[in-house]
Design a protein around this ligand. Structure first.
Ligand SMILES: *Cc1c(COP(=O)(O)O)cnc(C)c1O
Length: 391
């Protein structure tokens, strides 16, 4: 697969018309709720096509649009909409496509709130949600019924990293007129080009790598102009889960350095991964690049480069030993989320009792996920080693 076209142009110039704002190098934060029209005729024209005009910031806003254009270009998509979170992006995409009486198929270990969306919220509106493993495209083909309208994929997922064959599933779905929606947060548009593989809608939690600085919640959905326009006039304007101009500006700042951050993070993570794989106190390492990973064929087929996420299971007899190990770590902050400049550790044992966070039973309670940041691998490995010593 090819990298997105002229990455440098997209990140540095695309969507930025500096003549509109005093030739400033950096675009302004257009912190305005609404836009004034020079006369009634112009107002009439603009409201007739609000998707392509500036009327009200719950619709389009110039600062937010710059980020949307860049991410659409990175994904090779015609258009994109920004949201106030990744969860909002996934929910709006699903609500835009589905009608009562229809059915959605979803991978069985997606991000927890995607699972909740499919299993409980959509059911309340008469949409049947079915979870399936989806590692084998034939299983997806067999699960499709006349009612199936949407297939939600997440490849790889962000905890145990199962993948789906995107091209194969997209082909099966297209033949039946079914829309496919992929959560591409793990790989980013630089690591995986899903539109090119035939996926219709690609969503991200831009809170993760796209922003990369752990200071903004944001989401995005990219796809054809037709699907994105439908989403705009439907759940986007109705729910109003928008990204504020200020947060869009911060996201733009983070996005500029995406390739260098990912390159550094992938390199460090590879070193940490190999260290963990040979460690006598580690029972199993989870990563699409782990030696024991059973879907390495898909890694080679779909993913262009590494990421900073990996999980381990320790050799332990009691779950409390997870607490001991994690509490001892000094350079990894204990926190949910991932994709920032700073390394994090996320023990599943610490969130099992999180109300309405519904982990599938197949996720081991002893699982510990790391998000590797921009620190040096020496520092991180030394920290892990001292924590292993006290276990
Ligand atoms: C974090 C995350 C989300 C949700 O994004 P928010 O920005 O936190 O709402 C969705 N999918 C994946 C894979 C995530 O990691």
């Amino acid at each position: 697969m090819s990298e997105p076209k002229d990455l440098s142009y997209i990140l540095t110039h695309l969507g930025e018309d500096r003549s509109q704002y005093f030739d400033a190098v950096i675009p302004p934060i257009v912190q305005s709720a609404m836009f004034a029209h020079p006369n009634v005729a112009t107002m009439r024209t603009r409201v007739a096509d609000e998707f392509a005009s500036h009327v009200y910031t719950r619709g389009q806003n110039p600062t937010v649009e710059i980020v949307a254009k860049k991410i659409a270009a990175l994904e090779g998509a015609e258009a994109a909409l920004m949201f106030g979170s990744g969860a909002a992006a996934m929910a709006a995409a699903a609500l835009s496509v589905l009608r009562a009486g229809e059915e959605v198929l979803c991978v069985d270990k997606p991000y927890a709130w995607t699972r909740t969306l499919v299993k409980s919220h959509l059911q309340r509106f008469g949409v049947n949600g079915r979870l399936l493993d989806a590692c084998d495209p034939a299983e997806v083909a067999a699960a499709i019924t006349d009612k199936t309208r949407l297939i939600i994929l997440e490849s790889p997922n962000s905890l145990t990293f199962e993948q789906q064959d995107l091209a194969a599933i997209a082909k099966i779905a297209k033949a039946r007129g079914i829309i496919t929606l992929l959560d591409n947060s793990f790989a980013t548009p630089l690591g995986q080009s899903a539109i090119e593989l035939g996926i219709d809608l690609v969503a991200h939690s831009a809170t993760k790598y796209l922003n990369g600085h752990s200071d903004v919640l944001a989401g995005v959905v990219a796809g054809s102009e037709k699907l994105i326009r439908e989403m705009f006039h439907g759940p986007y304007m109705t729910l109003g889960a928008i990204l504020s101009p200020h947060d869009a500006w911060l996201l733009l700042r983070g996005l500029r350095t995406l390739p260098v951050r990912l390159k550094q993070i992938a390199e460090t993570t590879e070193t940490v991964l190999r260290y963990l794989e040979q460690h006598p106190k580690v029972a199993r390492v989870y990563s699409p690049w782990a030696s024991s990973y059973s879907q390495f064929g898909l890694t080679q087929q779909q993913l262009r480069h590494g990421s900073g996420l990996l999980s381990i299971e320790l050799k332990i007899d009691r779950v409390e030993q997870v607490d001991h190990f994690v509490d001892r770590l000094d350079r990894f902050l204990i926190a949910a989320s991932w994709g920032g400049y700073e390394s994090l550790v996320f023990p599943v044992a610490g969130v099992r009792n999180w109300p309405s966070l519904d982990f599938p039973a197949s996720v081991p309670v002893g699982l510990i996920r790391f998000s590797i940041g921009l620190e040096s691998s020496d520092v991180l490995i030394a920290d892990l080693e001292q924590a292993f010593q006290v276990m």
